[in-house]
Design a protein around this ligand. Structure first.
Ligand code: C2E
Ligand code: MG
Ligand code: MG
Ligand code: MG
Length: 285
């Protein structure tokens, strides 16, 4: 009896595996047409100066509304897009849309775009960024590219050369999800990063947890020592923000300051005339 049960269990797993593989192939196929079918859109999450509370920019996050399935999480479709290569056209679309959008914002606001390992290693990536900046008229210094450390390990010398060329364009580079995955301190001196983003998993564990506080403090110390500003991701509570302010963290991002939303939601900030000299005049008067 046990034997037949075992076989049944095996068949069950086999069937389930078959379903997962089929699911993946379907998503992979649909991803190729998702942009053209208008199923992709971008949401924006504010990045805030911890000391002043001012919004300094927005991170762009990709959303996929599948015609039949509804919303598919980036955690599901980004890895599939990376493996199938679909991330190249999709990533280019994200970059162009984001830069076009950001070019209309008041000057100091920056835009942060997530970039996959596949993009970093693609032969024309720097050229694509260059073209998009030229076509949209966005000042290079207002574009920040977010890269995880895992994106660098496939071909370190190629990644290094790509990042150097991006820097030469004037684009800024942030290390995303710092402290997770293949974190290595040597990455901080090998690659020309401009900013460290501490992963949200640390920030959400800060409350009352001395070990996590010590880790966050040491990342902030590391940033200070290297002259790199640190942004804390995933800030959800006032207590977390207060801790970051006390520890002199430069910037933060999270549900507390704003959930990712279509850019229209932030019209008061992005259409704000605060940064234009004519509008500043009354204050001076
Ligand atoms: P990420 O770049 O580290 O983005 C941060 C993630 O944390 C986002 O998830 C965001 O919605 C979420 N988040 C922000 N604030 C909070 C908070 O206070 N609490 C919690 N619990 N979560 C918060 P999302 O949008 O699901 O994206 C997941 C990942 O997918 C991103 O991680 C990024 O690696 C990737 N991704 C998203 N858009 C793109 C894209 O356009 N291109 C590429 N290559 N990857 C993308
Ligand atoms: Mg990111
Ligand atoms: Mg992150
Ligand atoms: Mg992440």
């Amino acid at each position: 009896k046990a034997k037949s049960e075992g076989r049944g269990t095996y068949r069950f797993f086999e069937a389930k595996l078959g379903t997962q593989v089929r699911e993946r192939r379907l998503l992979e196929h649909d991803l190729r047409h998702a942009v053209a079918r208008g199923e992709m859109h971008l949401v924006y999450q504010p990045q805030t100066d911890v000391q002043t509370g001012a919004t300094i920019g927005f991170e762009v996050l990709l959303r996929w509304r599948h015609a039949e399935r509804g919303a598919v999480s980036p955690a599901v479709f980004i890895p599939i897009a990376e493996e199938s290569g679909a991330i190249l056209p999709i990533g280019e679309w994200v970059l162009r849309e984001a830069c076009r959008e950001a070019a209309s914002w008041p000057n100091p606001l920056s835009v942060a775009v997530n970039v996959s390992a596949v993009q970093v290693h693609a032969p024309h990536f720097v050229q694509v960024v260059h073209e998009v900046l030229f076509q949209t008229g966005l000042e290079p210094a207002r574009l920040e590219v977010e890269i995880t450390e895992t994106a660098l390990i496939r071909d370190p010398s190629r990644a290094q050369s790509t990042l150097r060329q991006l820097k030469a364009l004037g684009v800024r580079i942030a290390m995303d999800d710092f402290g997770t995955g293949y974190s290595s301190l040597s990455n901080l001196r090998t690659y020309p990063f401009d900013k460290i983003k501490i992963d949200g998993s640390f920030i959400r564990a800060v409350d009352g947890n001395e070990q996590t506080k010590a880790i966050v403090r040491s990342v902030l110390g590391l940033g200070r020592g290297l002259g790199l500003p640190v942004l804390a991701e995933g800030v959800e509570t006032a207590a977390e923000l207060r801790f970051l302010a006390d520890e002199n963290c430069q910037s933060a991002q999270g549900y507390l300051m704003g959930k990712p939303a279509p850019i229209e939601h932030f019209a008061a900030l992005t259409h704000s005339a605060l940064s234009s000299p004519e509008q500043r005049a009354p204050e001076a008067a």
